[in-house]
Write a protein that binds this ligand. Structure first.
Ligand SMILES: Nc1ncnc2c1ncn2[C@@H]1O[C@H](COP(=O)(O)OP(=O)(O)OP(=O)(O)O)[C@@H](O)[C@H]1O
Length: 256
């Protein structure tokens, strides 16, 4: 089977400082990859390099495109990459306001992404947007309200609806439950798990929260100082970590 995404030797430096170094892995269709590690281990740098927000100093990010098969997204043209970002790729930011337009209604936030892929019929767009609000447990009566009037959890669910409405094939998520209250996190995780399962989503999730990957990820990469120190099936890595750093990461959570 052709990987949906094949990451090869991704390296990014900030001056003399290493952001991430020589990271390689394959992601297959329908798979969820978790990337864990302490703060500063290079998770966000890697995610942003893969999603085209940062240009790596070395390496390839090969995506199996619908029309042309596997293509290196680092060397593809900016318009092509931007088109991918609107169609087959989605990016869920940790802070919902980074992924939403706060001055636009909830329905508009979801509908906008549909218009970006060519939908023109106002009635259809509004129906789809309302349907998606329901899927992320936002009452249809809030369709015309702005996200500024929403709670943090609702904003995050709206960001997810905006991202998933166009049926992307790959979703990048940066600490999707970070900064939310614990009870709100649990509900969001449940929702995400349902969506991932129902839509057969392929996703890459960066988090420092092992409970998030335990619930969502099929496989894990453990990062330390910009490098992958361990990779494997989620349950295997969490239940029987091999690398001393993974052992520390897992045991420090269990002690909390
Ligand atoms: N813009 C930047 N300029 C210089 N150094 C940076 C920059 N961004 C990140 N770094 C450094 O690169 C390393 C990796 O950072 P990165 O943000 O990718 O880690 P992280 O695992 O995502 O951390 P966090 O969970 O805190 O976001 C760190 O040592 C960080 O200080």
């Amino acid at each position: 089977m052709t990987p949906l995404l094949s990451v090869q030797g991704i390296t990014k430096r900030y001056g003399a400082h290493i952001g991430c170094a020589d990271v390689s892995f394959d992601l297959y269709p329908g798979e969820v990859m978790g990337i864990v590690g302490e703060s500063g281990s290079g998770k966000s740098t890697l995610l942003n390099c893969m999603a085209g927000h940062l240009t790596p100093d070395a390496g390839q990010v090969v995506f199996d495109t619908r029309t042309d098969g596997p293509r290196d997204t680092i060397t593809m043209s900016e318009p092509e990459r931007r088109m991918l970002g609107r169609t087959d790729w989605a990016f869920v930011h940790q802070h919902a306001r980074d992924g939403l337009r706060m001055g636009v209604s909830a329905g508009g936030n979801v509908g906008e992404r549909l218009m970006a892929v060519g939908e023109r019929n106002y009635g259809d767009i509004r129906d789809k947007a309302t349907d998606w609000l329901g899927r992320v447990e936002i009452d249809a009566s809030r369709v015309d309200d702005r996200p500024t009037t929403f709670s943090g959890g609702m904003q995050q669910r709206l960001q997810i609806a905006r991202n998933l409405v166009t049926g992307p094939r790959l979703v990048f998520m940066d600490e999707p439950t970070g900064g939310l209250d614990v009870s709100v996190q649990a509900r969001l995780l449940d929702l995400l798990r349902g969506l991932v399962r129902d839509m057969g989503l392929s996703a890459i999730i960066v988090t420092h929260d092992l409970a998030v990957v335990r619930l969502l990820a099929d496989r894990l990469l453990v990062m330390k100082s910009g490098r992958v120190v361990e990779a494997g099936l989620t349950d295997q890595v969490l239940d029987d970590p091999q690398h001393a750093y993974s052992q520390l990461l897992v045991s420090s959570v269990l002690q909390v």
